[in-house]
Design a protein around this ligand. Sequence first.
Ligand code: HEM
Length: 330
Amino acid sequence: MASMTSLCSVVVAPQPPSSSASLRHTFKIPAKWVRSPPSTTYFGATSPKACYSRPTTHAVDHNWNRRGLMFTATLPFLLPLYDSLESVAVKAAESGNSEYKLLKDELRKVVPKGRAAGVLRLVFHDAGTFEANDNSGGMNGSIIYELERFENTGLKGPLKILEKAKSGVEAIQPVSWADLIAVAGAEAVSLCGGPTIPVALGRLDSKVPDPDGKLPQETLGASALKESFRRKGLSTQELVALTGAHTLGSKGFGDPDVFDNSYFKILIQKPWKSGGMSGMIGLPSDRALAEDEECLSWIAKYAENQNLFFEDFEKAYTKLVNSGAKWKSL
Ligand code: HEM
C-alpha cells in the first residue's frame, strides 16, 4: 500500500487563518469576483479525493494538529475497512466530532423548513460546476463569487442565511464555505423529513469563481442532461436521484417543505399533459426526464420505493458534495 503522504501533495501556505469578520466582509460586499479574498484555510492540499497526511510542524491550528495525530495513528488500522479515501473521510465526519456538531447546531438556528429548498439548491449550484475532465469547479465555496450569474438568481437569500451560521461557527473555529454549504444541504434534507446524510469536513475554499456555463439549463432535453451529469462523473441514476431534490420548493411536487418521493410519484403521472393548472407542474428539465426511457425506469423505482430513493439520494449527494473538493490535511 502506498503511504498516505505519497498520495497527497501538501503545501503549507504562510498565512494564518483570517478572522471571521473579514470573511463576512468578503461576502457582503461582492457577490462578484474578488481577486484575493481572505480564506478560512491555510493548508493547500490538492487531490481529487480526501487527502490525509501527517500533520507538519507548521500546522497553526491546534485542533487540526491533535486530530491529525490521532487520525494518523489509527489510519493503518482503519484503512482496510473502507473502500476508498472518500469513505474514510465520511467516517471521519461521522465519528461525532465536535466541529460537525457545532456546524449542525448553528445551521439549525438559522435554517427553518421554509428556507430548506433554497439552501439545498445552493449545494447544487456550488458543486454542480464540477468538470471531471480537468478536475475544475466543484464543491469549493466559489458560489459566493458567482451570485450575479443568471443561473444563480435567487441564491443570495439562502447564502445570507448561511452567513449567520458561519459567523456563529467562526466565533469558535474557522469553517470553509464549501463545508458549511455541504452540511447545510444535508441538514435541510433531514429537517424536511429526508435521510440523514453524514458529510465529511475539510474542504478548502476557492479564491476565484469557477468557470461559467457549467450548470445544466432547465431547457435541456434528457440526453443533454445525462451528458451534463456524466461530465461531472454522475450517472443517469444519480441524475434522477439528485433531481428528486425538486420535491422541495414550489414546482408542484407535493408539500414544498417535505422531502419525500412525491417528485417521482407526480412525475410518473406526467400531469402537464392534462393541461390546466397541472400544465404548470415541474420544470422543462423535470418533464424531459419523464420522457426518457432510462430515466423513467428510475423514476418508477423511486416512486414505488421511498427508502430506495433516500438511500440513493444519500449516496449521490455524498458524491456531489465531494466532487472537485480540495481537502485540507488533518
Ligand atoms: C437536472 C438539472 C437541474 C436543473 C436544470 C435545475 C434547475 C432548477 C431551476 C430552474 C429551479 C427553479 C429556481 C427558481 O425557483 O427560480 C430549481 C429549483 C431547485 N433546484 Fe434544481 N435543477 C437541477 C438539478 C438540481 C439538483 C441536482 C438539486 C440538488 C441536489 C437541485 C435542487 C433544487 C431545489 C431544492 C430547488 C427549489 C428551490 C426553491 O424553491 O427555492 N436541483 N432547479
